[in-house]
Design a protein around this ligand. Structure first.
Ligand SMILES: NC(=O)c1ccc[n+]([C@@H]2O[C@H](COP(=O)([O-])OP(=O)(O)OC[C@H]3O[C@@H](n4cnc5c(N)ncnc54)[C@H](O)[C@@H]3O)[C@@H](O)[C@H]2O)c1
Length: 249
């Protein structure tokens, strides 16, 4: 394990984070941090089955004490991280006139504060090593407008902004880029939808995409892998869109 790099993957218990953890587990030791401990353990089991090394840690990214515990666990039991994929997220629908304050706070806390806290947990190791790379999870929705998604969009715009400032403040040795996926078929798409609404949404979402289908988590993980690798050595402060063409600049 001594020569292997360590990567922190938040939200690694499901969907895109799980796909990133499994892909990176072929190259590095993975710390799978997720509020869903069972999901994190399942991801670890998959990585181990493929011959990799991984550790699950139950973490609430919106809670500074929990993130501190995660950081202590990494420092004590694993060693410094050189890469971080900061991906935990939720979706709560709500139109502007009626978003309950607690929904707004939860969305901002998990996405924006959570990204900041996890970046703060990972960056000191990278600074000490003089190298590192971070990928955050924004969304196409950071730069679009869709009714009923105000809190999510505000949060994803903030993650994009925060990522750019991390890129500036930690250049040149540490790079930070945001991912801005379009619709990816993960459990989050089932949030706030009945099974019938989910089935209908799959069709509607696919119809609006030039590529004509939803993305798969592995297709996002491939881009994350690239951004975390030295192949992306001249990229920092960018938002990169594996989005089936949903948004074109
Ligand atoms: N699926 C999409 O269409 C899509 C598109 C763009 C961006 N994203 C973003 O990608 C990221 C991953 O989403 P996904 O689609 O894989 O969804 P998912 O629901 O499959 O995974 C999200 C993971 O985050 C974890 N999580 C939620 N709150 C947490 C907290 N407070 N602390 C720690 N972990 C927490 C969940 O337990 C879950 O394992 C999210 O940030 C999401 O907003 C998703």
């Amino acid at each position: 394990m001594a020569d292997r790099e360590n990567i922190l993957v938040t939200g690694g218990g499901s969907g895109i984070g799980r796909a990133v953890a499994i892909r990176m587990g072929k190259q590095m030791t993975v710390i799978v941090a997720d509020l869903n401990e069972d999901g994190a353990n399942e991801t670890v089991a998959e990585i181990e089955k493929a011959g990799g090394a991984a550790y699950a840690i139950k973490t609430d990214v919106s809670d500074s004490a929990s993130v501190r515990d995660m950081k202590d666990f990494i420092a004590k039991d694993i060693g410094p991280v050189s890469k971080a994929f900061i991906g935990a997220g939720i979706f709560i629908r709500g139109v502007v006139g009626q978003i309950p304050e607690e929904d707004w706070d939860r969305m901002i806390d998990i996405h924006v504060k959570g990204t900041l806290l996890c970046a703060q947990a990972a960056l000191p190791d990278m600074v000490a090593a003089g190298r590192g790379a971070i990928v955050t999870m924004s969304s196409d929705f950071a730069v679009m407008a869709v009714p009923g998604a105000a809190a999510y969009m505000a949060a994803k715009s903030a993650i994009y902004s925060l990522t750019k400032v991390i890129a500036l403040e930690f250049a040149p040795n540490i790079r930070a880029n945001a991912l801005g996926p379009g619709p990816i078929d993960t459990p989050i798409l089932k949030s706030n939808r009945t099974p019938e609404e989910y089935e209908k949404a799959l069709g509607t979402l696919a119809e609006g995409l030039p590529i004509g289908r939803l993305g798969q988590s592995e297709e996002v993980a491939a881009v994350a892998d690239f951004l975390l690798s030295d192949r992306a050595s001249y990229m920092t402060g960018q938002i990169v869109h594996p989005n089936g063409g949903q948004l074109m600049w």
